[in-house]
Ligand binder design. Structure first.
Ligand SMILES: [Zn+2]
Length: 296
């Protein structure tokens, strides 16, 4: 069933002066059980997707850190495997920055596991995690954590602000980007990573592809729409890198209606080389990472 809500009027970044030319991708499962019928429309020109119906405030979706965005692995093995992967990702991310940052904010830190790995890599105390909740997630116990509602006094004080898989969670991505960028010092660095709405695997998995993740994902970015958002925010794009999020395990699990436990994590790891190869061959990665210099 498709939500009976019409597509929003949105300036299309590849057709100046014109609006996005949306087509209806139809109904998706409501993974929250809190919204009802949900659907996605996607622009034929720029590839940008928008989830419907609109949600002015999404905080209710994340009450109590109950979603997979915050989930701690039940198993020690799962946690240990992710530690190895996140530590490697942290090193790769630092290598992409123009200079080694002294003070980093990880906005929307979720489970905090990547935040902690980055903090270990940079030298403990350099990275601050931040999210909706007043208390830090278990992985950031003893580390620097500031609730999103208490960030204002720290505005303009960070060398580098990360928003990894954050912007897609809000209907007003431009407004959220503005609040995130305000935390960086003038000339500081923004790192924005989002799922790619034009990923090669979408054709294989269809609506079971885990990055659709309705209704939590509100905006579905393409290369063009992500770049336009960052540039319209007044920031200078330094690089746009492909990124691979290990999504095969959860997507397979979605296909068969299974849970998202260790079995699927291991299946995803087994299939990861295939996922990476497919994305490289097609030039259509599962995620997009923009490194930008904060302007304006
Ligand atoms: Zn468009």
């Amino acid at each position: 069933m498709t939500a009976a809500v019409s597509a929003p009027a949105r300036p299309c970044p590849v057709a100046p002066g014109d609006l996005c030319d949306f087509r209806d991708l139809g109904g998706f499962p409501d993974l929250s059980g809190k919204v009802g019928p949900v659907s996605v429309v996607q622009c034929r020109r720029c590839g940008h997707g928008v989830s419907l119906p609109p949600l002015a405030d999404v905080a209710f979706l994340y009450a109590g850190r109950a979603t997979q965005d915050f989930r701690q692995d039940g198993s020690r093995l799962g946690h240990a495997i992710k530690n190895v992967a996140f530590r490697r990702q942290a090193r790769a991310l630092l290598a992409q920055l123009p200079a080694r940052p002294a003070r980093v904010l990880d906005f929307g830190c979720g489970s905090g596991q990547f935040t902690r790995c980055l903090d270990d890599e940079l030298g403990p105390g350099m990275v601050t995690g931040s999210d909706f909740e007043t208390s830090p997630p278990a992985d950031l116990t003893g580390r620097s954590y500031v609730p999103a509602g208490a960030l204002a006094p720290l505005a303009g004080s960070f060398d580098c602000v990360l928003a990894m898989h954050v912007l897609e969670h809000d209907d007003d991505a431009a407004g959220l980007l503005g609040r995130i960028a305000a935390m960086a010092r003038p000339g500081g660095i923004l790192v924005i990573e989002v799922p790619n709405s034009e990923c090669a695997w979408l054709k294989v998995f269809g609506k079971a592809w885990d990055a659709w993740y309705l209704p939590y994902h509100r905006s579905h970015f393409s290369r063009r729409s992500l770049r336009a958002l960052v540039e319209q925010g007044g920031h200078t794009v330094l690089a746009l890198h492909p990124a691979t999020v290990p999504t095969m395990g959860r997507s397979l699990s979605n296909l068969v209606g299974g849970n998202k436990g260790l079995t699927w994590l291991l299946a995803g790891i087994g299939l990861h080389p295939l996922q990476v190869a497919g994305e490289r061959l097609t030039g259509r990665p599962s995620a997009l990472r923009i490194i930008a210099r904060v302007g304006g």
